[in-house]
Design a protein. Structure first.
Length: 321
């Protein structure tokens, strides 16, 4: 039996979503809907996996009483947790949704300062969960003053234990993490352009860029624009992934849609499925999330319906050695 999927969230959050009928700058706005969800990339991936019927272990750092609240909520949802308590208080991220114009504005907090020694404790705990055939998911922002090399350290630990690793980050932590040769990487177009210090003008340019990164030692990469097709590369070729059409009027919340996408891809890969099938599941899970409140993944039936509409086109054949 393969090892578990372990997600790591070093800078968890409470995702507060407020909906107003029509947002007016500089005026009093009345909230028509409100919700609070445990957040942070790893937390979101674990929650998405749970909705998809897959068990995972959510681990990380949990500052203050709000950190305890996040643990309690995850346990209530049937997710195994292993968080190291830390000082300070867990950050709150705010998403304000203008219902009339279907526009979302997000405000992210940096998070409290963290004792680096507590990361060493977490790293030891994580080693106890690793088992051959399992997966590690790392990404999201880092609380100060943790070093960008931390994700690379975790990926190398996982590989030493026979565990595959997925990375979804940005900036210096992404750059450092890539040096550890992760098995799966999710990027946004903006993150890719920042990483390479290049503005791309065509789909071919994007494909060339992610293929160049793959050749440096990454197993699989996929690029997920909010609108339009996704692009993916592996040793088996390159694909254009055309997502289902989601009418603007049906969009409820875009919080966590990329995390749900990552969860869907990992679900299939962890079960031994192909990258093509993993992309179909991931894109469908992401689209199901944006028609569901907060950061929740849509019901399995919604994911399945979207999955039937995902189209894959192989645009490059494998490169023969």
């Amino acid at each position: 039996m393969p090892g578990p999927i372990v997600t790591v969230t070093l800078n968890p959050a409470i995702d507060q979503t407020l909906v107003v009928d029509e947002f007016a700058v500089g005026k009093a706005n009345r909230v028509s809907e409100a919700r609070l969800d445990p957040g942070g990339k790893g937390v979101n991936v674990s929650q998405a996996l749970k909705e998809l019927g897959v068990h995972s272990i959510a681990a990380g750092l949990a500052p203050g009483s709000v950190g305890r609240f996040i643990e309690t909520e995850l346990i209530r949802d049937g997710i195994t947790v292993d968080f190291v308590p830390t000082a300070g208080e867990t950050r709150t991220n705010l998403t304000l949704i203008d219902a009339k114009h279907h526009v979302a504005t997000t405000i992210h907090n940096a998070g409290p300062e963290t004792d680096p020694g507590l990361f060493d404790e977490l790293r030891e705990r994580l080693r106890e969960h690793y088992a051959p055939g399992g997966w590690l998911v790392v990404g999201g922002s880092l609380p100060p003053p943790l070093e960008p090399s931390i994700y690379a350290d975790l990926i190398r630990d996982a590989h030493a234990a026979g565990v595959q690793a997925a990375l979804d980050s940005e900036g210096e932590s992404l750059r450092a993490g890539l040096s550890a040769n992760p098995d799966l990487v999710r990027l946004s177009p903006a993150t890719l352009e920042e990483l390479t210090d290049t503005e791309y003008e065509s789909d071919e340019d994007y494909l060339d860029a992610i293929e160049a990164i793959r050749k440096e030692g990454v197993g699989r990469l996929f690029l997920t624009p909010r609108d339009g097709p996704a692009w993916a590369v592996s040793a088996d070729g390159a694909w254009r992934v055309i997502p289902p059409t989601v009418p603007t009027a049906t969009v409820i919340s875009e919080v966590g849609w990329t995390d749900a996408t990552l969860a869907g891809v990992i679900q299939i890969l962890a079960a031994g499925g192909s990258f093509e099938d993993a992309l179909r599941r991931g894109i469908a899970a992401g689209r199901a999330t944006i028609v569901t409140p907060g950061s929740m993944v849509g019901e399995v039936s919604t994911v399945a319906a979207f999955e039937e509409q995902v189209r894959l086109e192989q645009v490059r054949e494998p490169v023969q050695p």
